[in-house]
Design a protein around this ligand. Structure first.
Ligand SMILES: [Zn+2]
Length: 253
């Protein structure tokens, strides 16, 4: 039997009969993996905690002919705070769905793994909505879709006057170039500067930002449009998150 060790976050966990679980993991060493956790749903299973959704765990994996399976699991962090807070569960689900959507199987990206772990830790106490926005723009950048924010994406000219943002163009547009892109949305100078900070700053610094509700909604719209365009799909958990009330302090994606 051939074994290997990984450190991973559980992105998805599906019961598939006989107390077995089929898991999608995102690991530091091997990127995204699909593995079976035999007997993991049994109350006495020692793997039980380590295979819970969003758990950050160490696994010993044994290679299988079709599907690898978990031999041992050890919890590093369960993020149990998530389990009592519906809003945070929703944001964590959205992050997990983004990770799944962005990453190909078995291609490690240590920086992205760190971003995921950092963001999950910060979800305990920080502004979940801003963390999600930063995660969106950083993940896009790490997987080759960095939005161009420093000059007009189309004519490379300087940014002056009314500005626009277009997923199809891949970034910000000047007013002259706006008609070339039907998906262009208005983007104020302030929103543009916030996008740059979300891209550049470490997520722990985001607490310094004071962003009003209209700008939050605008950024949400622009970045979600950008992600949908590049991933060529809708994200299920994003639709769910929109049901949250949007008064200050509460959030929608
Ligand atoms: Zn232009």
């Amino acid at each position: 039997m051939r074994l290997y060790k990984i450190e991973a976050v559980v992105l998805r966990a599906r019961d598939c009969g006989n107390a077995n679980k089929l898991l999608i993991l995102y690991s530091r060493e091997r990127g995204k993996l699909k593995v079976m956790a035999h007997g993991a749903s049994k109350p006495a299973s020692r793997k039980r905690g380590s295979v819970q959704l969003f758990s950050h765990s160490r696994f010993l994996i044994s290679r299988g002919r079709e599907l690898d399976s978990i031999s041992q699991g050890e919890i590093i962090e369960m993020f149990s705070f998530l389990r009592n807070d519906l809003e945070k569960i929703s944001f964590a689900s959205y992050l997990a769905e983004l990770v799944d959507a962005f990453t190909p199987e078995r291609e490690p990206n240590a920086a992205f793994f760190e971003l995921l772990i950092t963001t999950l830790h910060l979800l305990v106490s920080e502004d979940a909505e801003l963390l999600a926005r930063a995660f969106e723009i950083k993940a896009s950048t790490m997987f080759g879709y960095r939005p161009l924010l420093e000059q007009c994406t189309h004519c490379q000219g300087p940014l002056a006057g009314q500005l626009y943002f277009s997923p199809a163009a891949g970034g910000v547009l000047c007013a002259d170039c706006r008609p070339a892109y039907t998906d262009a949305q208005p983007c104020s100078r302030g929103v543009l500067e916030l996008l740059k900070l979300l891209l550049r700053w470490h997520p722990a610094r985001l607490r310094q930002l004071r962003i009003d509700r209209p700008d939050r909604n605008r950024i949400k719209l622009l970045l979600y449009g950008f992600i949908r365009y590049h991933l060529e799909r809708d994200l299920k958990s994003a639709a769910f998150l929109n049901y949250f009330p949007t008064e200050a302090g509460r959030t929608g994606v």
